[in-house]
Design a protein around this ligand. Structure first.
Ligand code: CAA
Length: 286
């Protein structure tokens, strides 16, 4: 039975608290994550605002737990990732990293990369809703999601070289693939923090909203996905992601196979519903 929960989020640098009203089921509170459900949408809220949601070992353990449990429930169709407070995530936890030796640094990098690869390859879409700072490991986390929507007050950057470091969660790899080599090297070499409009221009984010509208808009987009053929959604993510690693010809073969696989069931339901001017009932064969 859904309970109605009122909650408020302080977006970006805004002092403006906005009260949202959704039918939310609060599932679980971890130490650094709050897990909630809005129908088939799972909300993962990063909740360590005093440290601007900086990512430490515990974060990765909890995130992996959520991916294995709440996020893998069969009726979860889309995941939204957001940060509480004035940051999405301001990077890997510098206070935790400062005492690491090389071996521990390697393990910390591998743990982050493995978790973000898991997010990238997760069978259902994961959307980053970026409320404030997305820096270093925070931008790397956002880049592992399928697309990014951001508050107009959000700020982006890869400031690792300020610390005498380089990105460790695949930022050197994903940034150039998402934007282009020149843009990636500009951000990585200068450590310049850019605003949301510039992030939109360079393709780092796909959509901007007013700060107080971010969660509403993220939920609206998530619900658009929820209404679609569930197998089609999983396949479109998998084929698009896997195809990027293949030659064009092999990617097209993969597409043909998966396109054809939908003709037996879900595609029939969707196309028949269209021709009958009805809303498709994706569960009708279950
Ligand atoms: N790790 C640990 N703590 C952090 C943090 C981080 N990445 N970012 C911010 N914090 C902490 C601050 O130390 C501060 O803690 P105290 O209140 O205990 O002093 C608290 O969060 C609030 O931060 P500020 O007072 O600095 O807030 P501000 O509004 O003045 O500045 C900011 C905001 C510009 C984001 C600034 O906090 C900042 O520059 N943070 C670091 C950003 C950064 O360098 N990120 C890259 C980390 S390295 C990395 O991510 C490596 C990788 O790829 C794996």
């Amino acid at each position: 039975m859904p309970v109605i929960l009122f909650f408020s989020i302080n977006f970006g640098n805004s002092t403006n608290l906005h009260i949202y009203r959704f039918h939310i089921i609060q599932l679980m509170s971890y130490q650094q994550l709050e897990i909630e459900r809005n129908e088939s949408v799972l909300l993962i809220k990063i909740n360590r605002p005093k440290a601007l949601n900086a990512l430490n070992n515990l974060f990765f353990d909890e995130m992996n737990d959520v991916l294995s449990k709440e996020a893998s429930e069969p009726d979860v169709k889309v995941i939204l990732l957001i940060g509480l407070g004035k940051a999405f995530v301001a990077g890997a936890d510098i206070a935790e990293m400062v005492n690491m030796d090389q071996e521990e640094g390697a393990a910390f990098s591998k743990k982050g990369q493995d978790t973000f690869n898991r997010i990238e390859n997760f069978p259902i879409p994961i959307i980053a809703a970026i409320n404030g700072f997305a820096l270093g490991g925070g931008l790397e986390l956002a880049m592992s999601c399928d697309f990014r929507i951001a508050s107009k007050l959000a700020k982006f950057g890869q400031p690792e070289v300020n610390l005498g470091l380089i990105p460790g969660y695949a930022g050197t790899q994903r940034l150039s693939r998402l934007t282009n080599m020149g843009t990636a090297l500009y951000l990585l070499l200068t450590a310049e923090m850019i605003g949301a409009e510039e992030a939109l221009q360079i393709g780092l984010v796909q959509k901007l909203t007013e700060p107080e509208a971010l969660l509403d808009e993220a939920l609206r987009l998530a619900r658009l996905i929820v209404d679609k053929g569930p197998n089609a959604i999983r396949k479109v993510k998998a084929v698009t992601r896997q195809g990027a690693e293949l030659s064009f010809v092999d990617g097209c073969k993969l597409e043909t196979n998966e396109f054809a696989s939908l003709f037996g069931n879900e595609g029939k339901i969707g196309m028949t519903a269209f021709l009958n001017k009805e809303k498709p009932n994706w569960n009708q064969n279950n």
